[in-house]
Design a protein around this ligand. Structure first.
Ligand SMILES: [Ca+2]
Ligand SMILES: [Ca+2]
Length: 297
């Protein structure tokens, strides 16, 4: 029994000793094995990266194909995409899941003083957005409406409200000439930028080469340009907005000049009234407003 116990102790010691001596050898063996693998990996790295990238590209392509397929099967249609809201309003989906024009929540903050506008109530607003937002509040009965008459507020001109000097008689006599010049220059500028339809490009070329046609052609082009909402061969007061509002703070005669064009006082300017007002005596007009309608509207 004594011998047996002694044998067991010796055997255990021998085993422990063997295992402790094996450990570093095993470790060394692993390191020897690891080293060549590491070198191999380094050598093959560029190829692997390209391969990975290639695979990723394939996956991306496949995914985009899948997305396209899904999109084709179930096209996502924004109900607001075809809704056009008036100024100061934006389209939102209401509780009935239908698109509705609501008052714009917050107008972009304007720091540029040139963005200020003067309303028809002679009040300066930070932007045109703010004016039309206020109009919307009043239209929809929002508590932020400043008063019933604000239902009819609109931009009178760009810039802060200011005292307009009177347009003197001499200034008024000279104004049609200045206006004709301005119209021709704008037309020429658009032609240079290839932003005129072919028919009006031809008219501009004719105006360049024929002094007598210069004012006529520019006047016709502008009248057609203004008559678009609706295109009914007469320019209403609101259709004059694109020339009235930006010019008013620069040209104090523009408002009385435009008022003077409406000779029969029907709140509309016919082509004959327009050309006469600009001091053009001709009455043989080649009017093709529809050429502009196709392009711009
Ligand atoms: Ca019209
Ligand atoms: Ca008229």
């Amino acid at each position: 029994m004594k011998y047996q116990l002694l044998f067991c102790i010796i055997l255990c010691v021998a085993l422990i000793g063997a295992s402790s001596t094996e450990k570093p050898r095993k470790h060394k063996k692993v390191r020897r094995i690891m080293k060549p693998i590491a070198i191999e990996e380094t050598k093959s790295e560029p190829d692997d990266i390209f391969k990975i990238m290639e695979e990723d590209e394939k996956i991306d392509e496949d995914e985009s194909k899948e997305t396209e397929t899904i999109d084709n099967r179930v096209p996502h249609v924004d109900p607001c995409a075809s809704v056009l809201c008036s100024a100061g309003r934006i389209c939102e989906i209401n509780e009935e899941n239908e698109p509705a024009c609501v008052c714009i929540v917050e107008c972009p903050e304007e720091t540029d003083p040139r963005r200020k506008v003067c309303s028809n109530f002679n009040e300066t607003w930070p932007s045109d957005c703010a004016v039309y937002q206020q109009r919307c509040f009043c239209d929809l009965g929002d508590s932020r409406c400043k008063g019933e008459n604000y239902k009819h507020t609109h931009v009178e001109y760009y810039g802060s409200c200011r005292e307009m000097p009177d347009c003197t008689k001499e200034e008024m006599i000279d104004f049609p000439r200045r206006m004709r010049d301005w119209l021709f220059n704008v037309m020429r500028d658009l032609a240079d930028r290839k932003e005129l339809p072919n028919h009006f490009i031809k008219m501009e070329l004719e105006a360049e080469n024929n002094q007598t046609r210069r004012w006529t052609n520019a006047a016709i082009w502008k009248w057609c340009d203004l008559d678009g909402h609706p295109a009914d061969r007469s320019v209403s007061r609101h259709e004059l907005f694109p020339i009235r509002a930006p010019l008013m703070s620069l040209e104090h005669c523009i408002a009385p000049f435009l008022d003077s064009c409406d000779v029969d006082d029907d709140h509309r300017i016919a082509l004959e009234e327009w050309t006469k007002c600009l001091g053009i005596e001709e009455d043989d007009f080649d009017v093709k407003c529809e050429e502009l309608e196709v392009r711009y509207r």
